[in-house]
Design a protein around this ligand. Structure first.
Ligand code: 5RP
Length: 225
């Protein structure tokens, strides 16, 4: 089974969890986009679902599909948020931010009663950091000074696109910190957040209640104890 087909399966499994009516967090990335396509189909069929998008891309997709959206400022009381991830550990902690949307994603995640992560089985690791660096969103002001602090935690690169610094939806920069395998993600998250200039990290510790992992054998449900 292709990775794309696995993503589709995971997204479809998440659609089955949605209430008849409710407020849904719309994640970002290619797997979340497949989920949003499905939400669009449900809305067109009459399901009373309202979304909170976690990125400008997700917002544009939702608007194209006719999914009603709540105001950006909140507050929101989300029934469920469905999002992707770049890496999922055995403890169901996550690295997110491959698309640079993790700051908004973490805000929306915080306000959902149920957080569901949809991934294909290539995303599973024993420990976070085995496959991915940790994306860190940083204010442009003092970025080189913040970089110098981040480099104390591992080799760190400014994320670029077409040679130019990548900008998040909020106009900030992304530094990818290659920590290697992480023993204590919560402690690393706290250390990163203590650096002035850091807006948010891509470490999601204790933030996924249910991970739907799709592969050739079907969809597995991994639940936080
Ligand atoms: C964006 C994210 C995405 O959810 C993550 O990068 C996974 O994306 P994909 O489903 O395309 O593999 O965190 O910031």
């Amino acid at each position: 089974m292709s990775q794309q087909a696995s993503k589709q399966r995971a997204a479809e499994a998440a659609l089955e969890l949605l209430p008849e009516r409710g407020i849904i967090g719309l994640g970002s990335g290619s797997t979340a986009a497949l989920f949003i396509d499905g939400v669009g189909r449900l809305v067109q069929a009459g399901r009373q679902l309202v979304g909170v998008p976690t990125s400008e891309a997700s917002r544009q997709q939702a608007l194209r599909l006719g999914i009603p959206l709540l105001d950006d400022a909140g507050p929101w009381d989300l029934d469920v948020c469905v999002d992707g991830a770049d890496e999922v550990s055995a403890a169901l902690d996550l690295i997110k931010g491959g698309g640079g949307c993790h700051a908004r994603e973490k805000i929306v995640n915080e306000h959902a009663r149920l957080n569901v992560i949809v991934v294909d089985d290539t995303k599973l690791s024993r420990r976070l950091g085995e496959q991915w660096p940790v994306p860190v969103e940083v204010l442009p002001f003092g970025a080189q000074a913040t970089l110098e602090r981040l480099r104390r935690l591992g080799p760190t690169e400014l994320r670029r696109r077409d040679g130019a610094p990548w900008r998040t939806d909020s106009g900030n920069l992304i530094f990818d910190v290659k920590t290697g395998p992480i023993d204590d993600p919560a402690q690393l998250d706290a250390r990163l957040l203590a650096i002035p200039g850091v807006v948010e990290t891509g470490l999601f510790v204790g933030r996924a209640q249910l991970v739907l992992v799709a592969g050739a054998a079907g969809v597995r449900r991994l639940e936080r104890a």
